[in-house]
Write a protein that binds this ligand. Structure first.
Ligand code: GDP
Ligand code: IMO
Ligand code: MG
Length: 428
């Protein structure tokens, strides 16, 4: 396996966790490169369901090494909870989980500010964040006032925590939000620093030495292309680069060492949180997708908005990520759909047609999706193990999607469990 970036092509929750788990069988090292515990990556293995927020989804494979890269923003308390969850299931991350000393931490006040900021905004201005402190943590990183994992052991750390907590309290007070207890916050970080210490490493060196030694590296993206701070539906986005470029800046691996990009894309579209969604369905069909697809947030439990497949987004994601192979997921969710629509372009009220995603949200508001229809296959697909055995109409649907967005079909997923994965083509 060449070093592989795996990223989401839509608004997150495409099934990245499941596909990472499957591809980990061919990898030696799995690296999370951005986002934080806003992510919820589900893996269903041996009858158990695991939801991972920070630790790479490869951790369930014994012996595989997992890295939380420098591009991630990590809440140490969330990490400890996740390590505890894994241990509870008999999975020991010790000795094979490494956290970059350059990774920025989501601090208690980032979380408080994230929630308070959402609460004070007018309805039309709310982003619908996960409340995990992501925006403020990346803001501090870019503003050069952030706290890195390596700082935990610095003797000046408690003093800085005290200062920043007090400063955040001024803002929280102005916003009418509950204040943080300064002494308790300082004490909390002192205790978590010790717990974290065994996992901290120079992972930039670690990843590059692994690469030099011929180990196969799998880079795990969180969120998705349309939530990217640069390429997504700004400002209704997350504060990092989930797109393939983020894999290099978030891990320290050179772009020259990436051999393959796998894009994960659902056979329909979902979004959680606010912001534009051209193919959203507000009717019974949308509700059917939500129920059949179990479209409720893995992190927040919020119902996800659902709609038809959007090839404009797929084509745009193919372009900005350079997708070689698609991992298409959740085909089975469409098993009972008599007619399936595909959005092939957007048409603006003055006749202008968009084939890739416009940057101007005002222009997007004036657009209507252009649809084509395909007949559904109306039979179950979850039991099928070979692509050739799928109903002809299901293959026709998948092949139409690939033809519209470009690239090749690598993986087709027809259920949540590991076994319900059809490996179509994965070479390079
Ligand atoms: P991620 O954030 O991209 O890792 O995706 P999530 O885990 O948030 O959401 C994907 C959901 O769909 C999870 O509940 C998965 O178990 C489930 N899932 C993944 N692939 C398939 C599939 O092919 N069919 C069905 N029915 N469910 C799937
Ligand atoms: P995974 O990795 C889906 C969304 C939030 C909100 C916006 C900003 O599981 O695909 P944030 O908390 O990041 O500041 O919220 O981004 N969002 C996600 N939506 N899947 C995710 O992660 C998401 N992570 C953030 O709902 O709209
Ligand atoms: Mg998710």
């Amino acid at each position: 396996m060449p070093n592989t970036v795996l990223m989401g092509a839509q608004w997150g929750d495409e099934g990245k966790g499941k596909v990472i788990d499957v591809l980990t069988a061919q990898a030696d090292v799995v690296v999370r490169y951005q986002g934080g515990s806003n992510a919820g990556h589900t893996v269903v293995a041996e009858g158990r369901k695991y939801v991972l927020h920070l630790i790479p989804s490869g951790i369930l494979h014994e012996g595989k090494q997992c890295v939380i890269g420098n591009g991630v923003v990590m809440d140490p308390f969330d990490l400890m909870t996740e390590i505890g969850m894994l241990r509870g299931h008999g999975i020991d991350p010790d000795g094979r989980l490494f956290i970059s000393d350059r990774t920025h931490m989501v601090m208690a006040w980032h979380r408080a500010l994230d929630k308070a900021d959402e609460a004070r905004r007018a309805e039309s201005k709310k982003i619908g964040t996960t409340g995990r402190g992501i925006g403020p943590a990346y803001g501090a990183k870019m503003g050069r006032t952030g706290f890195r994992v390596g700082d935990l052991l610095d003797p000046r750390f408690p003093g800085r925590v005290r200062e920043e907590t007090a400063l955040a309290n001024e803002t929280l007070a102005a916003w009418g939000a509950p204040l943080l207890d300064v002494d308790a916050t300082v004490a909390d970080y002192r205790s978590v620093a010790e717990a974290l210490r065994p996992y901290v490493a120079d992972t930039v060196l670690f990843v590059n030495e692994a690469d030099r030694a011929g180990k196969r590296i799998l880079l795990e993206g969180a969120q998705g292309t349309m939530l990217d701070i640069d390429f997504g539906t700004y400002p209704f986005v997350t504060s990092s680069n989930p797109t393939a470029g983020g894999a290099c800046t978030g891990s320290g691996l050179s772009p020259r060492r990436i051999g393959r990009v796998v894009g994960v894309i659902k056979c329909y579209t979902t979004r959680v949180g606010a912001g534009p969604f051209p193919t959203e369905l507000h009717d019974a069909t949308g509700e059917l997708l939500r129920q059949k697809g179990g479209e409720f947030g893995a992190t927040t439990g919020r119902p996800r908005r659902c709609g038809w497949f959007d090839a404009v987004i797929g084509r745009y994601a193919a372009m900005v990520n350079g997708v070689d192979f698609w991992a298409m997921t959740k085909l089975d969710v469409l098993d009972e759909m008599p007619v399936i629509k595909i959005c092939t372009a957007y048409r603006r009220d003055d006749g202008v047609v968009y084939e890739t995603f416009p940057s101007d949200l005002a222009a997007l508001e004036r657009c209507e999706p252009v649809y084509e229809e395909m007949p559904g296959w109306m039979e179950p697909t979850s039991h099928i193990t070979r692509y050739e055995d799928l109903p002809e109409k299901a293959r026709a649907y998948v092949e139409r999607l690939v033809a519209l967005i470009g690239g090749r079909l690598g993986i087709l997923s027809v259920g949540p469990a590991r076994e319900t994965t059809l490996l179509v083509e994965l070479g390079i």
